[in-house]
Design a protein around this ligand. Structure first.
Ligand SMILES: [Zn+2]
Length: 271
């Protein structure tokens, strides 16, 4: 599943190709994503120029003069800037064509993603409005998490994956960062000390930055080839390694379900 670093890497990969470029065509081959792509999308976008591309959580916001396209990659989506004509392949549902001949091609085999349109402030859109703070911004701090955790007895893993608290931390990064911070994923959020939350926030920022940087080294993958999510370049310490020895203490890693998500952890290194 594309996580925050993959979305950020996608943004950095495609932005230079489409910034200030005029849209000359919109081809929708499959309208049924998580929500239907609006019928008037082409009409809204034709002859418009992309003036800004930003990210909020795992949403990409492409702004033109008259409104904003809200894009989510869902479980399996990717967005690539194609510089030379390439035959359309299976699951490539949407093309946005620009005056510089760049094609922004959206692929989504499982169709859990979204392409929506809003003419008002995208930050007030129902999908965006409830999102918590950005994990890479300065105001995401140990103290912020500690205050938000008061009275919250949910497992710390569920807590940091809650989009209303902090946005864009998915299963892989929650699993990995809790391991690196030495925090047991089942520990109730309100019982984690301020110091440990400060360490967790440091680890979250470091790992996300690292993943974006590694994604950045494969930026070419977002142009003319299949997008390779940045986290594959990242060394995963615990995620997907249940039963294998812990990289720190060599005891076998354990797995459990927390909030319907598989969680791998080390019983000895995470307390
Ligand atoms: Zn261990």
């Amino acid at each position: 599943m594309p996580e925050l670093p993959e979305v950020e890497t996608t943004l950095r990969g495609i932005y230079p190709h489409i910034h200030n470029q005029r849209i000359t065509d919109v081809v929708v081959r499959e309208r049924q994503l998580r929500w239907p792509i609006p019928h008037n999308l082409k009409q809204k976008l034709l002859k418009q120029t992309v003036i800004q591309l930003t990210r909020r959580g795992k949403y990409l916001l492409a702004s033109v003069d008259t409104g904003t396209v809200i894009i989510h990659l869902g479980m399996s989506g990717s967005l690539r800037a194609i510089t030379q004509p390439m035959p359309v392949q299976k699951h490539e549902h949407v093309d946005i064509v620009f005056s510089n001949n760049i094609i922004l091609r959206y692929k989504d085999p499982r169709r859990f993603g979204a392409i929506l349109w809003t003419m008002t402030d995208p930050n007030q859109h129902p999908l965006i409005k409830t999102l918590g703070i950005e994990p890479l911004k300065n105001h995401f701090s140990g103290r912020y998490l500690w205050q938000a955790a008061q009275g919250r007895r949910v497992p710390i893993k569920t807590f940091i994956m809650d989009n209303k608290i902090v946005t864009g931390i998915g299963n892989i990064y929650a699993t990995e960062t809790l391991f690196l911070a030495g925090i047991h994923p089942m520990l109730p959020a309100n019982l984690v000390t301020l110091e440990r939350l400060q360490e967790l926030v440091r680890v979250i920022k470091r790992i996300l930055h690292q993943a974006i940087k590694l994604g950045g080294t494969t930026l070419k993958d977002f142009v003319d080839s299949n997008g390779k999510p940045g986290y594959f370049a990242n060394k995963l310490n615990v995620y997907g390694r249940a039963g294998l020895p812990c990289v720190q203490c060599r005891l076998p890693l354990r797995a459990m379900r927390i909030c319907q998500r598989t969680t791998t952890y080390c019983e000895s290194c995470q307390q």
